[in-house]
Design a protein around this ligand. Structure first.
Ligand code: PTJ
Length: 243
């Protein structure tokens, strides 16, 4: 759909259109449209901008990703539709592995997401291997790649559903999430939650990582250790309540 650039809600409509296109291409699940709508509602309440609390989470996420020994970026249908270029770029600059992990089971969709990321320059996209799984999980998301999420110490789960964050934490991993809903299970359980729209947060995260590459381990550790996810979520909830 051609959206007029002068439309007051241009950015929001463009993002919505990307998700709808993702469904047409068979990358995004039909349920992804509902997830997107929920995100839009929270984005509206948060002022459709990157708030200071989100900037603090981005700083801490950048430091943690640079400190990680085996960082992995988990990609689902919504992420692939909204920020394919940014995800591939991020995996190169950290560097981190890319692994497809989807909730609504479909082998075909996993392969389509992999091919879609390859179109944007990804060289090695891992797929879940049904021989390997993480503990404390029932859904399709339990299946992982032995060279990816299974051995990861930090897993980046931009835009996620339900119980996987909690399970990843119980499996001894640190989790970075992007979620516009500060009271979601994912937001509450993650090590670091970036309460912002993925389309705004991803470029900022890439920029911050490039900047932090100059920092030594001590400085990066200080940034991570001085961060409180609980406080950040409280600030986000306060912002919504103040409306
Ligand atoms: O491709 P699949 O099968 O793995 O499915 C992916 C979705 C996203 C459909 C699946 O994980 C799902 O159902 O997610 P939920 O439970 O609807 O949760 C998605 C969360 O992401 C919600 O808390 C939304 O508020 C949030 N969200 C939606 N759009 C955005 C967002 N957060 C950041 N940026 C967005 N653009």
């Amino acid at each position: 759909m051609k959206i007029p650039k002068l439309h007051p809600r241009y950015e929001s409509l463009k993002t919505r259109d990307l998700t709808a296109e993702g469904v047409k291409k068979g990358i995004t699940s039909i349920h992804g449209l509902i997830a997107h709508g929920r995100g839009e509602a929270f984005d509206y309440l948060l002022g459709e901008r990157t708030n200071d609390f989100a900037k603090k989470s981005v700083d801490s996420a950048a430091a943690l990703l640079l400190l990680a020994k085996h960082p992995v970026i988990s990609v689902n249908g919504n992420v692939a539709a909204l920020v394919p270029k940014e995800i591939v770029k991020l995996s190169e600059i950290i560097p981190a592995k890319l692994e497809v992990n989807i909730f609504h089971t479909s082998k075909q969709r996993e392969i389509r997401i992999k091919k879609h990321l390859e179109k944007y320059g990804a060289k090695n996209v891992l797929l879940p291997d049904r021989k390997y799984q993480i503990k404390y999980m029932e859904s399709n998301r339990k299946y992982v790649n032995p060279n990816g999420i299974l051995k990861a110490d930090v897993v980046f789960v931009p835009l996620e559903d339900g119980d996987r964050t909690e399970a990843l934490i119980k499996n001894g991993k640190k989790v970075i999430a992007i979620d516009l809903n500060p009271v979601s299970r994912t937001a509450q359980k993650a090590t670091i939650t970036i309460v912002d729209n993925i389309v705004r947060a991803m470029p900022l995260l890439a920029k911050t990582i490039k900047q932090y590459k100059k920092y030594n381990k001590n400085k990066l550790n200080n940034i991570v250790n001085n961060y409180s996810n609980k406080k950040i979520l409280e600030e986000a909830i306060k912002k919504i309540r103040k409306l």
